[in-house]
Design a protein around this ligand. Structure first.
Ligand code: CA
Length: 519
């Protein structure tokens, strides 16, 4: 009889698929993450239900959508009395642990439940000498967060097999990296020192032919990065020293966009070097390069940590009997559309990288483009553990997809919903929608909560439809194009069906929308 597999779920924070070399974007090198794909499957269509940290983590843990688990925003923490996959695995005989980023609340009622061991960083956590909270209290561990989280994970596995080699374990290794601000370990300083990262084709996107949300978002590399994000400081003094475009210092000081005729001086924190710019394009490219290089160097530590864990499994002879997953809580923009950050349903942010290795069941070097969601992870773990999926879960087991036996009735639909929450920093508007294997339908609606940074309530709601086969960069909204009226109807039906199935409340009225189409 095949042993029940150990399950190692390694998740980083804000790691885009574009920044994993096996996805073929030709940017950075991640040889150890690629080892998972080479020995298993690279999944190309795993999507997040809500493209921000906290809700994604709740969906993964509970196998439910965010209107169901009530973790809709960064500020709505999980109720830890709720059932979750760790509780079910633990009750089913697994030894369970979580180390690293939790971000679901650390006060009473919100800390991890269902875990034999847990040690989490408060909030976003720190890169250096981070504090950890565990059942024993709070303590600061000296060192670099990614290395510490890797070591805590390996230590747990060591003790787990020492105490009972026959008891399978479920380990959630949650890296804080590579979340902003991108503080890399100096051992990676040499990476990208002598070369530049190519600018993405859509870096200078002007947001034409789209709903107003894209232009309104404050996630642009040119004007919305913080000094601390890319380790810059401004010279002491006012606008006459730092440049004309001084930005309101609340809540955090952004590096201004340089306008024609202006000059700006910035100082690199790590070297003390002064740079003065008078060319707006050059200054934007300078910010992009610093962002990307720091991001890739931060990822290099994760890649090495994953390599260490894979080596450990091989040394112990556990590789065959262990499911190893590498993913991120959502995707990220690496300069596409001129953005950093996430939040939107556009591809770079909507897609989660997803690599899985389990030699006993998953073919080495396989790939899949069947649509999966983060709510599907928990049911899949239970399926491989031989445990029944509890009836509260809303996902579906991915076992057939991973083993290249996708059921014929597998619905190729991913639902996403982003709720507004007083977010003046990013100004990302509320929306929901569905993506299938070709089209993306998004509805931008007005929430009447009067929150800061919300979509103006007098603005009419907007639909966006993208045909990703002819428009892979999602630049041209065809929602009002008569040639796509049939597609629009089909996607609207998919949206309505999914919302009804999971019990989410629509803001649109399809009868009205369809009547408008016919007119
Ligand atoms: Ca995140």
């Amino acid at each position: 009889m095949t042993k029940r597999p150990n399950i190692i779920f390694i998740m980083s924070d804000d790691h885009a698929a574009q920044a994993i070399s096996c996805y073929g974007h030709g940017l950075n090198e991640t040889p150890n993450l690629d080892r998972i794909a080479q020995g298993g499957m690279r999944h190309d269509a795993t999507y997040v239900t809500n493209s921000i940290c906290t809700p994604s983590r709740a969906a993964i843990l509970t196998g439910t959508y965010n209107h169901t688990n009530c973790v809709t925003t960064l500020d709505t923490h999980i109720d830890n009395r709720m059932p979750n996959v760790a509780k079910t695995l633990r009750a089913g005989g697994y030894r369970t642990a979580i180390f690293g980023k939790w971000h679901l609340g650390e006060t009473a009622g919100h800390t991890p439940t269902g875990f034999d061991e847990w040690s989490i960083v408060p909030g976003q956590g720190d890169y250096w000498d981070p504090a950890f909270i565990s059942p024993e209290g709070r303590k600061r561990i000296p060192g670099y967060a990614t290395d510490i989280i890797t070591d805590l994970s390996i230590d747990f596995m060591e003790r787990s097999i020492a105490s009972d080699p026959d008891q399978p374990f479920f380990l959630m290794c949650h890296h804080k990296a590579p979340h902003r601000n991108w503080q890399y370990h100096p051992r990676y300083k040499h990476l990208w020192a002598d070369k530049d990262v190519p600018l993405p084709a859509t870096f200078h996107d002007d947001y034409r032919n789209r709903a107003a949300a894209a232009a309104a978002a404050k996630m642009r590399i040119k004007e919305d990065m913080l000094y601390e994000d890319i380790a810059l400081v401004q010279p002491e003094g006012g606008a006459d020293v730092a440049g004309e475009m001084m930005v309101d210092p609340w809540p955090m000081r952004k590096i201004p966009e340089l306008m024609p005729g202006e000059t700006i001086t910035v100082i690199c924190s790590e070297t003390g070097t002064n740079y003065t710019f008078d060319d707006p394009a050059e200054f934007a490219a300078f910010k992009f390069q610093r962002y990307m290089k720091r991001y890739f160097r931060t990822i290099a530590a994760i890649d090495d940590g994953v390599g260490k864990m894979l080596d450990w499994l091989e040394d112990k002879g556990l590789a065959e009997d262990t499911i190893v997953i590498y993913t991120s809580d959502q995707g990220f923009f690496l300069g596409e559309h001129g953005w950093f950050d996430k939040r939107f349903m556009y591809r770079e942010s909507h897609q989660m990288p997803f690599l899985v290795r389990y030699p006993r069941a998953i073919a080495a070097g396989s790939t899949s483009a069947d649509i999966a969601c983060n709510v599907d992870f928990a049911p899949t773990f239970l399926d491989y553990a031989g445990l029944q999926m509890p009836n509260y879960m809303q996902g579906r087991s991915l076992r057939g997809v991973w083993e290249e036996k996708t059921p014929d009735d597998w619905e190729q639909v991913a639902y996403h919903r982003y709720w507004m929450h007083n977010d003046i920093i990013h100004n990302a508007w509320a929306h929901y929608g569905v993506r299938d294997d070709r089209y993306l339908l998004i509805y931008w609606y007005n929430d009447d909560l009067g929150q800061i940074g919300a979509r103006p309530n007098d603005a009419p709601p907007e639909w966006e439809l993208f045909d990703t086969q002819v428009d892979p960069n999602e630049l041209n909204n065809v929602a009002a194009d008569p040639a796509y009226a049939g597609v629009f109807r089909d996607m609207l039906a998919k949206l309505d069906r999914r919302m009804a199935l999971i019990g989410d409340i629509p803001e649109h009225d399809s009868a009205v929308v369809l009547a408008g189409l016919a007119a």
